[in-house]
Design a binder for this molecule. Structure first.
Ligand SMILES: [Zn+2]
Length: 333
């Protein structure tokens, strides 16, 4: 028999009304022998209807989603909905409090930790709780990301192809309803450890998105995200008496469909980008030069784009190691 979660909570997922409380993950350390990590969670329920699960802070240094969901917890009232909205604004709480991608406790990356382990380190215990307690209750899921400290993104909402055509069709409809200026389809990323991949395995209509990056808070992304999340909630049917707006029809539908979309640094050094975020490039164009300021007699090493496309993501930090992602492209569907 599989081990159950050791996370405990006063939250009753069946209770009507609004609860803003914590999940308690036992964490026994020198300063607190019987201590627990208190991960915030809100449940707003009003009768029967769909369950929508919104999460952010999967990566702790991606802030726009955390802000928008904290705001939504303040604003959303039971009488506005029919069904249930579950909001987890700082999913990997230790990482969110440290402002880091991974947890400072176990170096765990929550978005590489599914399906998790109830008796593993904190990050894996959190992913296990999401996988075995929260996902089975939900019909719809949205996991809000940005590029974090090391990457900057042209902001977009996204869906991930799951291999289930009927589910992907519903996720695509949700993506169109979110109505961001760019809508992205992840048609390449075989990693089964992602939160979105885990949600799709359980049949949830699941969206994601990259809403900024560089370790700061982007105001235009916040505006886009705030509007888009409300569009998404209306789309799910959880907002009482509110029908979804017709999509503007202005979104640019793009995809990331192969490893060729990515450019990696061939050497460790100082990266000089050769293009701006948002640029349209051709195969063979220069993506950047890696300089060797500690050995300036050595010529810089170029890295090139491997296909045509739009630069939707660029490295934010100047220093690179061999194997760091310098940029990635998206292409029109
Ligand atoms: Zn992320």
């Amino acid at each position: 028999m599989k081990n159950p979660t050791i996370i405990f909570t006063d939250i009753d997922y069946q209770r009507e009304g609004k609860q803003v409380d914590w999940l308690h993950l036992p964490h026994s350390v020198t300063r607190s022998a019987y201590g627990a990590i208190a991960i915030p969670l809100a449940v707003i329920r009003n009768g029967e209807g769909p369950t929508v699960f919104l999460m952010a802070g999967n990566h702790g240094d991606e802030y726009e989603g955390q802000i928008v969901l904290a705001r939504l917890i303040q604003e959303l009232q039971p009488e506005q909905i029919r069904g249930r909205v579950i909001i987890m604004p700082a999913a990997n709480l230790p990482a969110a409090m440290a402002g880091t991608r991974v947890s400072p406790i176990d170096q765990g990356n929550l978005n590489r930790a599914f399906p998790g382990d109830p008796l593993g380190t904190p990050t894996f215990a959190i992913s296990h709780y999401i996988e075995t307690v929260l996902y089975p209750m939900a019909d719809y899921h949205h996991d809000l990301h940005s590029g974090g400290s090391s990457l900057r993104y042209v902001p977009f909402c996204s869906m991930r192809k799951s291999g289930d055509a009927a589910l992907d069709e519903r996720a695509m409809a949700a993506l169109m309803a979110f109505d961001s200026p760019i809508s992205m389809v992840w048609a390449y990323n075989p990693d089964s450890r992602l939160a979105g991949a885990a949600a799709a395995r359980q049949g949830l209509v699941s969206l994601g998105g990259e809403f900024g990056g560089g370790g700061h808070v982007d105001r235009s992304s916040l505006t886009m995200l705030d509007r888009g999340v409300r569009n998404f909630l209306r789309f799910t049917g959880v907002m009482r008496g509110q029908t979804p707006d017709a999509p503007s029809g202005k979104t640019r539908l793009m995809e990331v469909s192969s490893l060729d979309h990515y450019v990696y640094s061939p050497e460790a050094g100082l990266l000089e980008p050769a293009v701006d975020l948002g640029a349209e490039v051709r195969r063979g164009d220069l993506a950047g030069l890696v300089h060797f300021v500690d050995n300036p007699g050595r010529a810089p090493v170029p890295c090139h784009f491997r296909r045509d496309g739009m630069v939707v993501c660029q490295r934010h930090f100047g220093r690179v190691e061999r194997g760091d992602c310098v940029a990635h492209l998206a292409t029109d569907c």
